[in-house]
Design a protein around this ligand. Structure first.
Ligand code: FMN
Length: 233
């Protein structure tokens, strides 16, 4: 794909609030999510999970938890993007083993990763590590450079990670002639209850996907000059 084609793809995606009832072709949703999982993530920990909802009764319950936004029940499928608070326990060993076998890291890199991840995510004795990190990090920051620490800002870290597969999914859907609508208008507790999502996962974004029925959706953007700050603010 050349850059003009990609620019057109990014420009023509619209948040779509009306969908045709047509179902997605078999396997299409899985294929789009298979693309989305190639988005990058911090330490390659891959904390994003996709909860795909196609069952009509479940979609109705989900719609109620999404402030009754009708695109949820109109679209043939809705994807709930969630981030795993327990990603280190769940993914680190598997990911490192896979990377070692693929030859993309060596022993030295693995040791470094393990120590960084433990520093960044470790909760320490009694699970109070985040407290010491929250109090010590700003003080240490006075004398040395300190990154933001995921153990302290877990929801923020997960929101950042999860948006990347979500955006990749929306662009992949657009390239397949499908429409989406990113949504943050939902009651997280009720969404979790409707879909049986454990409390260790943070619900970050929801998007229906299907064939758009909105005619001629147009949107504007502020000029690039409003956003671009070259070599500093
Ligand atoms: C994080 C996020 C949350 C959003 N939440 C909602 C929502 O709950 N309901 C909705 O109809 N649109 C929602 N939108 C869509 C925006 O209104 C839309 O993206 C914006 O107006 C720009 O339009 P465009 O996406 O068609 O270019 C959301 C968009 C983003 C990025």
């Amino acid at each position: 794909m050349d850059s003009e084609t990609f620019r057109h793809l990014a420009q023509s995606r619209r948040a779509t609030r009306h969908f045709k009832p047509d179902p997605l072709p078999d396997g299409q949703l899985e294929q789009l999510l298979d693309t989305a999982r190639w988005a990058p993530s911090g330490y390659n920990l891959q904390p994003t999970h996709f909860v795909a909802v196609t069952d009509p009764a479940l979609k109705a319950t989900l719609r109620a938890a999404c402030m009754d936004q009708k695109q949820i029940t109109e679209a043939p499928a809705t994807v709930v993007f969630v981030g795993d608070r327990r990603v280190v326990q769940n993914n680190l060993d598997i990911m490192l083993k896979q990377e070692r076998e693929a030859g993309s890291i060596n022993d030295q890199y693995e040791r470094m990763m393990r120590s960084y991840v433990s520093l960044a995510f470790g909760q320490g004795p009694l699970g109070l590590g985040w407290f010491w990190k929250a109090t010590l990090a700003p003080l240490l920051g006075l004398v040395r450079t300190m990154p933001s620490i995921p153990a302290v800002h877990k929801r923020y870290w997960l929101a950042k990670q999860t948006m990347l597969p979500a955006m990749t999914f929306m662009l992949a859907a657009q390239s397949a002639g499908l429409a989406t609508c990113p949504m943050e208008g939902f009651d997280e507790r009720r969404v979790r209850r409707a879909l049986g999502i454990p409390a260790s996962l943070v619900v970050c974004l929801i998007t229906p996907v299907g064939y758009g029925a909105d005619e001629s959706l147009t949107k504007t953007r502020l000029p690039l000059a409003n956003h671009l700050h070259t070599n500093g603010w």
